[in-house]
Write a protein that binds this ligand. Structure first.
Ligand code: HEC
Length: 261
């Protein structure tokens, strides 16, 4: 066996072991020496994508937890200032990932992840700052839903970093959130109630030069005000409810990161 072949075989065995251990889908034959991208790089980019998805979802959850407050009549200051938001985002992210955003430099995450996470926090905070009139408005619809927040953050983040993020689901309310074929296959797996909780699915292809990761989302009580039962009845945003149940999969965050060779 030539040494090049041996290196490749080792890389493939390692990948197979990772897939077996963690259930991730890596397009093994296209990773490693074929693409000129080191396996280590792919694993780091994958970790970065996963952390970004958890961070965006943490911001969505903070907004989601404030929904009742947005509805409180007669209260013109809802108290969700950019500072309050960032503190709650930091707490939520720490409890979900074990990573302290205030001490990011000391944490053992890839350098790329640190840079992108800082950027995502800046952008999330900006979106909350710009939405203050919407958040505090006394009359009319309250605009800052988790999905609206997520879409605004994602679009600014893409502008600044080239990393794409999107919230998607099999039957979306907003056509802009419709899944492409890669996203659809992952969503179909997530929809199976026996699919393990919060386990992302990722793939890297030589052709695209991208790492793609899908991170599943689940309903909390608050989401059900709009996405729960009775199915078909209109929620307060005017969309028919999906009839989801507590803890059920509600779609995913899709992350696409270009891989530098
Ligand atoms: C106040 C009502 C409301 C709440 C609460 C709410 N959503 Fe939504 N959700 C919406 C609306 C409206 C849209 C479509 C937004 C748009 O126009 O892009 C949406 C869109 C989405 C999407 C994007 C796919 C699509 O259908 O366009 C996902 C995923 C989603 N919601 C999941 C959740 C989850 C999970 C929660 C709880 C953490 C939640 N939502 C809480 C109203 C709500």
């Amino acid at each position: 066996m030539s040494s090049r072949l041996r290196v490749m075989t080792t890389a493939l065995l390692l990948l197979a072991a990772i897939v077996a251990a963690e259930g991730r889908f890596v397009w093994a034959k296209e990773a490693g020496s074929h693409t000129g991208v080191a396996l280590q790089t792919i694993l780091e980019v994958e970790q970065t994508a996963r952390l970004l998805a958890i961070l965006l979802d943490s911001g969505r959850s903070v907004i989601n937890e404030h929904q009742a407050l947005f509805d409180e009549p007669g209260k013109s200051d809802k108290g969700l200032t950019p500072e309050v938001f960032e503190r709650q985002l930091t707490d939520m992210f720490r409890s979900r990932s074990g990573i302290d955003l205030e001490d990011l430099n000391a944490s053992r995450v890839p350098a790329q992840a640190k840079k992108l996470m800082k950027e995502l926090v800046v952008v999330s905070r900006q979106v909350v700052a710009d939405a203050q009139p919407e958040i505090n408005r006394l009359h009319g619809p309250k605009g800052l839903l988790p999905a609206i927040f997520g879409a605004r953050v994602a679009s600014r983040f893409t502008e600044r970093t080239g990393v794409r993020m999107k919230q998607t689901t099999l039957v979306p309310r907003n056509a802009a959130n419709a899944p492409d074929s890669t996203e659809r296959s992952a969503l179909e797996l997530f929809a199976d109630p026996s699919y393990p909780r919060e386990k992302p699915i990722s793939e890297t292809t030589a052709k695209s030069g991208m790492l793609r990761l899908m991170f599943p989302l689940y309903t909390t009580r608050r989401c059900l005000d709009c996405h729960g039962e009775p199915k078909g009845t209109l929620d307060r945003t005017g969309y028919p409810r999906e009839g989801l149940k507590l803890g059920q999969n509600a779609g995913a965050i899709s992350v696409i990161i270009p891989i530098a060779k």
